[in-house]
Design a protein around this ligand. Sequence first.
Ligand code: HEM
Length: 425
Amino acid sequence: MLRKYTQLNQSILTRKANSSFFSKSNKVWATKRKHLSAAFYKDKINQILRGAVVIANKRVKLWLRLIEEGEPVVNLNKEMNDLIDDVVQICVFGQSSLKKSLVFKKNGQETVVSLGRFIRLLSEKIFSRFASLFRLFTNIFDYAALNKQEREDFDNAKYLREFTKGLIDERRKEMEKPDFQSQGDFLTLILQDSYFQDDKDIIDEVMGFMTASNVTTSIAMTNIIFYLTKSQESFRKVREEFRSVLKVEKSVTALTDLQWADLLSYENLNMCNYLIYCINETMRIDPSSRLSTNHVFTEKITIGGISILPETDWHINFYYLQNNPKEWIQPEQFIPERFDPQSPYYLTPAGKKRSTFSFGPFFGGRRICLGKTFAENLMRCLVQVIVNQIDFEFEDKELEKRKPINSMLQDEPCFKFRLKRYKQN
Ligand code: HEM
């Protein structure tokens, strides 16, 4: 049996964090997961997608303005970070609490950053702190800051908890009003669920969701646009499929937010196979998380002749599995067709069926990503709104030759892109 490694869970949020993301795979975790899953029922996802369309269109309008004003060069990573920040805040906090700026402490300086950026910076610090040899062999100092930098990390983590607590208190007040209407968001759902009584647990869950959802999705979105820009043929096919499968006859500039939302429903997005192949291929070649978090076996087990003791922690290397040349034909190439059962690329180089374990950007089994279906549909929806209105070009020509790693726990690269208005023929 598998479960998460406890030390990671302890060192992550400056207290014994109980969020389902970090906790052991026990009965309490399973019950919590069941309650939290309610946030992702199909009708909820459809409701969130409608909100996502409005936010994506707002961002597209902003880009069109930049183009008109002659300032069309952007850092794609930052743009996607801001976009996903807005969308995830709707899902997690509900529209009325859209708050973005936080103050991050680093090397004695305070910088105002978005929630997504804050989480990316803090996660990097916390995970690398945990990964040091010293921390791996002892947990005595899990709650102690050993130097100035660690003190800052603790302050940042504490500040994020207080920020989250503030959102919870605000929402409780709103919920007391007789005219309060739920946006179907995660925070309201958890506050209305009598299973979650303790505020500390609620803060843990909200922070767990923020950590799990924001950075992963914005990295994936940046990477999708990157690979589509590099593979113009795939870009063209995504647009063609949008018109033919969703039967879009008129110019998209004539579509209202409401019409976009009707068009990009959960059901319709599921019919856009080629787009799905492109998203899968991006997450194969360049997963948002290259490694899983730490897991352990609860009993002694022998795998491939190697005996593994209980409580020994290990990671799954998604990146290796998804780029294994024995399982994937030309793994270094972006070939969306490898997810099409009709394509020869669907098979291994030896012509066999691929192992199901060779593709798992959302992990698998009992600990599979809770937000998988939501994230997949969200990305399908956002990509459609964006690529059918905007053309992208590499401003930094080096990017055409080499893509710097853009993944969790790595320094965030700056991807300079030139935006252009997409004119349909
Ligand atoms: C492209 C976007 C995403 C990717 C690639 C992704 C990937 C993953 C992976 C690999 C795990 C397993 C981590 C491990 O155990 O080592 C995971 C867990 C999780 N993810 Fe996601 N995720 C994404 C988006 C989201 C979103 C949008 C949400 C919520 C709104 C979310 C919520 C969670 C939660 C709660 C867990 C913990 C589940 C559990 O252990 O029971 N994720 N995700």
